[in-house]
Design a protein around this ligand. Sequence first.
Ligand SMILES: O=C(O)CCC(=O)C(=O)O
Ligand SMILES: [Fe+2]
Length: 311
Amino acid sequence: MQTIDVLDGISQEDFLAQYVRRNRPVVVRDLKFDPDRWTPSHFSAHLGELPVQVYDSLFDLQDVSTLGRYLEQHFGVGGELRHGVPYVRWYNQLKDVDHAWGDEAFRRISSNWQTPSFLPDSGFLVPDASGPDPTRDLFPYRGVLISARGARTRLHRDPFCSDAVVSQFHGVKELVMYHPSRTEELFANPEQGTSFGGFVDVRASALDKVSVEPDYHGLLHPGEVLYVPHGWLHDVIVIEDSISVTWNFVHEQGAVDFIDYLMDGPEGDSEFQVLKYLYQRYGQNFSAPHEIVRHYDQRFSEVLDAYGDDA
Ligand SMILES: O=C(O)CCC(=O)C(=O)O
Ligand SMILES: [Fe+2]
């Protein structure tokens, strides 16, 4: 088991070449934010009355509460890590339904942080825009993650072969990661190959130990940004009451598997609906996956030509 690379900084070009194209995880200390505006008490005062979605240790919705009530009930509890601590995942709108979405929260905090400078500012396939900015714009699964000590995100991989970042603003998380080649080994039941469910719980016996040796282990502290390449399985547990922001994306330099996903006929994957909704919000009305592939055909073959075999 290795510790994830932690860098003090990296250029966009090097990040793309060394991590996105190679599908390798990394942590970069590159978050610009005002720590005083990312405390539980600041959130309680400025966002406390807003409704939030409260989840269990995966992505099953448990309850709708307010942020203030969640913080009051679950933050500030010390001692041993406890099982079953609920988790607030406050996503921007992902579907065409009314819900306790995080869009208003994102508007209120938008001037309290900046997009990490190592992340690419162009070349995205998802979202389908030039220079999308996660402080202001919709990304798939862009969410404010608010989670008390002991809360966790069980082993899963992210949807539709997208990459993710987790930016840490307050508190500490511990994480383990498994290379995509280990997916079969980690299926709890080989019949259930969905994005989220169906993987073994690597912390089933003790929250502070993992039962399957990971490829990488790491901690995420305030100011640090974790890059989760697509296909990697990850399990995250909160060590100190935590506030993070996450979002997913597909960049042209890491898009081969995304195109394969589209070519494989993902209509039956519920996550494909989230992808379609996001395209719609960016003005593209695709009715079938092959239309998305066609939309990128020209651009993608140019990218493949430019990077040769290792693209
Ligand atoms: O920080 C966490 O709890 C993990 C977040 C994550 O992996 C996700 O939202 O997909
Ligand atoms: Fe994830």
